[in-house]
Each structure stands twice: as structure tokens, then as C-alpha cells.
Design a protein around this ligand. Structure first.
Ligand code: ARG
Length: 582
């Protein structure tokens, strides 16, 4: 059951061979959805150039050569040589019937299943997860879910910031307040407050005689592997992890402890990164620091830009850790591709790290590494979202606010439902709404955080899609009450609205494949939105339970229930849950 584009592509490719010769077997027929028909083939113009002939003549030859009899009507030539294609309704109906019995809902099996490392979320220990981390978490999770549905193996890597100079200060603070104190408990509830308190003590000691001196010394003992320092550090990280996991649970995100691969994991590998790069002649000492000057990077002064891998005081940094991580991901985790779902601001860092890793041979040409750039979440003032006091916003508070706002929506919509169910639905809508707002915007664009819009029942929002699912489920319940069943019945595809809905449904597989290849969940959102709209038009035009004929009732119910399955599966790829009723 190939999707229409794929079926058409095959037919046109064989037409090219028979009309123009075997060297045209790989010419792309450029099949696109059309405003004038169902699809169009845009290949004639390019082929005409290649053949040195007139596009309209080429178009006519293609029409004569292509065998579409069972799929479509004869293509119409338009403009300079576009071919407009209208599919046969009986063919669309047959495809929809196949789709309805396909467990994969038309999602293609990949030619080669790949191992994809997805690096996402990556908050920092003893710091608030800010809305930026919310976005990398939500987008990375959707990419991971999508790749798994496509049949790839995903290795999730949560590259948390659990190492570096602030840990001296954090450990000293934890020692002072005591691990069982209310202050220490802040790590699990409001980590920023803990961090700020440690920072304040550090800054209050400019001469570095007391706290600051102890903090500096602590970094050194920690990095030299001192057992007592490591013990307190482990406790600090454990407390922080509880905070991350509370957020992940709230968000219904698939990250667990087993995916944690924090910066500290790579500690023992950093020295080898440096010596190997130095021995290979890729890194050299500059101003006392060990630096790589990767090809093609210059600063404002036109001087080569350094990637510092060992500071002059002997310390290693963020870039060194990422080089060790990439080595591990290719050599040990056996990655075929790696996606880094991280804020746009780190673009230069990743370009330099990837180039260095390629020069070193740690990232072979066959392994794709991509920085999936994540834009900012803005407040109403157009600046990065913060609380009124200017401090970074507590993510947990934001999510709680979304759920309580969703609670008012559902209380108004369905006061008849039991309390516990309304609570569950409020969670699904509130969290779904926030996640969907993140996902429906191109991942590298900024967007404005606006709860009212996120929770609106109309427009390209989670609640709109969740409502569409709930509506179909309610039709299903009524059908069952009246003894109407779609079991074993093929979806009815006859009138225009049914046909348009069926064509949308057939696009699910190709769209999901594109989303997984390009790491672009917003395209899935756009698709699901269009699908839900096609369902609404269908339902307005074609009554289901009120239809006169019994077979029409069952066939339309089958079409509606296929739509429900595709919507639920699509939302699941986004990590958004669809409640039973709304
Ligand atoms: N912890 C970093 C931050 O909060 C993000 C880490 C991203 N992943 C990586 N491999 N560098 O900005």
C-alpha cells in the first residue's frame, strides 16, 4: 500500500525510461500536492533542459508514456508543462482500505534501520531547568519517539551539566547547611535558590579567604578524585536528579536514569582527547592553552578561531567533554547519526566540535552529526521569558500554572464529568498544550509563551486535536450503543469530503518519515492540524450515525475511526496524550 506520491513516482520513473532511455531512470518526477488537482508532476521543465527540447512537448510525451490507468485519470498539461493528476476515487478507496488494516498506519519500514543517538534535555545540576531546557526536552523527546516509530534504534543521551568549577562552591555550601537541612531540600524543589545562596556566599568573599578559598580548593580535591568530595558531589547530583525526574514525570517525557550521561562521565577520557589531538598535530599550545584551530573558522579579526581543549591552568572545558562524548558515541554506542537538540546559541561550539572530530577521524564521513537548533521562548515583552523579578522562571511553577488554567477550561466544558477524570484531562490538556506550542513552531524559531493561545480549543493547538479525538471517540460510543460497528468494514471513500480526508490519511507515513529524517516535529503538527480540519469538513458534509443507509453508516464510521487512530498515533509521536473525552 504505497502512499500516492510513491506510487506515482514509480510510474513516472518507468515512463521516463521508456520515453527517454535508461539514463533517465533516476530523474526525480517531482510529485507534489496540487491546488488544481490532487498531485502534480513538475519534471517536464527540467527534463526538457536536459534533453534540449520544448517542455510542453516533453510533457506530452510523458503523458503518452506513463501508465496510470489503475491509479489516476489521464494527466492534464498546464502552463509551461506541469502535469495535473487526479487520482481515481476507487484507487484512493482501495488504499484507504489497506491503510485501515495496516498496523503501521502506512509508516514505511526504513531501508536500513539506523542507530541514532539523540542528545537532549541536558539541564544543569543545582540550577533551574529553564524554559530553554523545556524546549530541548520536549523537541528531543518527540524526535526520539518519531525515530522509534519509524523503526530506528534510539540511544537517548541526557548530557547533564554535573561537573566543573561551580561544584566546589556547591559542595561547600551543602556541607555548611547539612545534607538533611531544609536548604539542601531546595535542590529537589527550587534548585536555583540553592545555587543563588551558594553563589552569594562565594561573591561575599572577594578576598577568597574563607568560603571562596574553600570552594576553590574543593574543586581541586574533587577533580583529583578525593573520596569525601566525590561522596558529597554524588549526593548533590542525586538530589538534583530527583528534581529533573519530577519535571520529566510531569511532562510525560521518556527520559529515565538510564539515559543520564552527564559531563562527569567523560572525565577519565579528557586527557586522552588532548594527547591524541596533540600527537596527531591537530592541537597545539597557544598562549599556554592547548587549542585546536579547526579549518574554516575565523574571528572578527580574521585570525583563526581557537577551540580551547585544555586551559592554561590545566583544566578541561565544555568542548573537551563534547569531543570525548562524540568519540564514545561513534566508537562505543555505534551511532549511525547523532542529533544534538540544543539551543541556537551553541551553534558555533557544535560546528567547531564536529569539524575537529572529523579532522581527528572520530566522526567518520558516513556518520551524520546535526545540531538541531532550538530557539528561545519569549515573554510578552519580546525578551527571553523570565519572572517579573527578572529571575529565571521556575519550570515546575509554569507547568502547574498550565495545568490549573486547563482545569478551568475543562470545568467549563464538562462540569458533568467526575472530579478525578477532570483532573486527568486538565493534566493532558495543560501539559499537551505547552508541549505542542513548543513543537508546532519551527524548532529554530523563537516564540512567545502565551498560555491562553496554547490552551485554546481552536487553531493549531493540542486542545483542538485532543478535542477532535474525543469527538470521534464519542461518536464511537454512540455507535456502539446503537449497534453500529465498523469491524471489518472498509472506510467509505465516495464523496469529495471523504476523498479529501482519505488522501490526508494516506500522507501520515510519508510525513512521519520526513519528520524523522529532518528532525522537524512542526511538520507533523501542521499535518495533524490539516487532518483534523479535513475530519471536521467531512463530518459536516457526511453525517455518520444519521446516514440513511446501514453500509454508509459503517463505512463512514470506519473512516472516522481510522482518523482517530492516525491522530492518536501522531500525537503520541509528539508525546501528547489524547484523553478519552472532553
Ligand atoms: N548543559 C548544557 C546547557 O544547559 C547543554 C548540553 C548540551 N549537550 C551537549 N552535548 N553539549 O546549555
Amino acid at each position: 500500500m504505497p502512499a500516492p506520491e510513491i506510487a506515482l513516482t514509480e510510474r513516472f520513473q518507468s515512463a521516463f525510461v521508456s520515453a527517454f532511455g535508461p539514463e533517465y531512470a533516476d530523474a526525480d518526477p517531482i510529485i507534489r500536492p496540487s491546488q488544481f488537482a490532487d498531485f502534480q508532476c513538475n519534471a517536464a521543465m527540467g527534463l526538457a533542459k536536459r534533453l534540449g527540447r520544448k517542455p510542453r512537448d516533453i510533457a506530452a510525451e510523458i503523458v503518452a508514456a506513463v501508465d496510470l490507468a489503475d491509479i489516476a485519470e489521464e494527466p492534464e498539461i498546464a502552463g509551461p508543462g506541469f502535469l495535473n493528476i487526479r487520482l481515481r476515487t476507487d484507487w484512493v478507496a482501495a488504499q484507504a482500505a489497506d491503510l485501515a488494516v495496516d498496523e503501521r498506519l502506512g509508516v514505511p519500514v526504513p531501508q536500513t534501520a539506523e542507530r541514532v543517538v539523540v542528545d537532549y534535555s541536558a539541564p544543569n545540576v543545582a540550577k533551574e531547568m529553564h524554559v530553554g531546557h523545556l524546549r530541548t526536552t520536549v523537541v528531543g523527546d518527540s524526535i526520539s519517539r518519531t525515530l522509534e516509530k519509524l523503526g530506528h534504534t534510539v540511544v537517548r543521551q541526557n548530557h547533564i551539566g554535573d561537573w566543573g568549577t561551580p561544584f566546589g562552591m556547591l559542595i561547600e555550601h551543602l556541607l555548611e547547611v547539612g545534607e538533611d537541612s531544609a536548604e539542601a531540600d531546595l535542590l529537589r524543589t527550587d534548585p536555583n535558590a540553592f545555587y543563588q545562596a551558594a553563589r552569594a556566599k562565594f561573591d561575599a568573599d572577594p578576598e577568597a579567604t574563607g568560603f571562596a578559598a574553600r570552594a576553590r580548593k574543593r574543586v581541586a580535591t574533587l577533580q583529583s578524585g578525593d573520596a569525601e568530595s566525590l561522596r558529597i558531589w554524588t549526593d548533590l547530583v542525586a538530589l538534583s536528579k530527583q528534581y529533573f525526574h519530577r519535571i520529566y514525570d510531569m511532562l510525560d517525557v521518556t527520559l529515565t536514569d538510564e539515559h543520564l550521561a552527564g559531563e562527569s562521565t567523560y572525565n577519565d577520557l579528557l586527557e586522552a582527547v588532548c594527547t591524541d589531538l596533540e600527537e596527531a598535530g591537530i592541537a597545539r599550545i597557544s598562549d599556554g592553552a592547548l587549542c585546536v584551530f579547526p579549518e574554516g573558522f575565523t574571528g572578527r579579526d580574521e585570525q583563526p578561531l581557537p577551540l580551547i581543549i585544555r586551559k592554561s591552568d590545566g583544566g578541561y572545558g565544555y568542548a573537551t567533554t563534547d569531543l570525548a562524548a562524540i568519540r564514545h558515541r561513534v566508537a562505543d554506542l555505534q551511532a549511525d547519526r547523532i542529533a544534538y537538540v540544543v539551543g541556537t546559541a551553541q551553534e558555533l561550539h557544535f560546528r567547531m566540535v564536529f569539524t575537529t572530530a572529523r579532522e581527528a577521524g572520530w566522526l567518520p564521513d558516513g556518520v551524520d552529526a546535526e545540531h538541531v537548533k532550538i530557539g528561545s521562548v519569549l515573554g510578552e515583552d519580546g525578551k527571553i521569558l523570565r519572572t517579573r523579578s527578572g529571575a529565571s522562571l521556575r519550570l515546575m511553577a509554569l507547568l502547574e500554572e498550565a495545568v490549573s488554567a486547563a482545569r478551568s477550561v475543562i470545568d467549563e466544558l464538562r462540569p458533568d464529568l467526575p472530579e478525578a477524570e477532570r483532573e486527568q484531562i486538565a493534566h493532558d490538556i495543560g501539559i499537551g498544550g505547552v508541549k505542542y506550542a513548543d513543537l508546532s513552531t519551527g524548532h529554530d524559531s523563537d516564540y512567545t509563551f502565551d498560555l491562553d493561545r496554547m490552551l485554546a480549543l481552536s487553531g493549531n493547538t493540542a486542545p483542538y486535536l485532543q478535542y477532535a479525538v474525543a469527538r470521534i471517540r464519542s461518536i464511537g460510543r454512540k455507535a456502539a450503543e446503537r449497534g453500529v460497528s465498523a469491524d471489518g468494514v472498509a472506510p467509505l471513500v465516495q464523496n469529495d469530503a471523504e476523498r479529501a480526508l482519505a488522501l490526508q490519511l494516506l500522507q501520515f507515513g510519508p510525513v512521519l518519515a520526513e519528520v524523522g529524517d529532518a528532525y522537524e516535529p512542526h511538520r507533523l503538527c501542521a499535518y495533524l492540524f490539516a487532518l483534523a480540519q479535513a475530519f471536521t469538513s467531512f463530518y459536516d458534509a457526511s453525517p455518520i450515525l444519521a446516514a440513511e443507509d446501514e453500509s454508509v453508516r459503517a463505512g463512514r464510521l470506519a473512516l472516522a475511526q481510522l482518523t482517530e487512530r492516525v491522530l492518536v498515533e501522531g500525537l503520541d509521536a509528539l508525546g501528547v496524550h489524547a484523553p478519552q473525552q472532553m
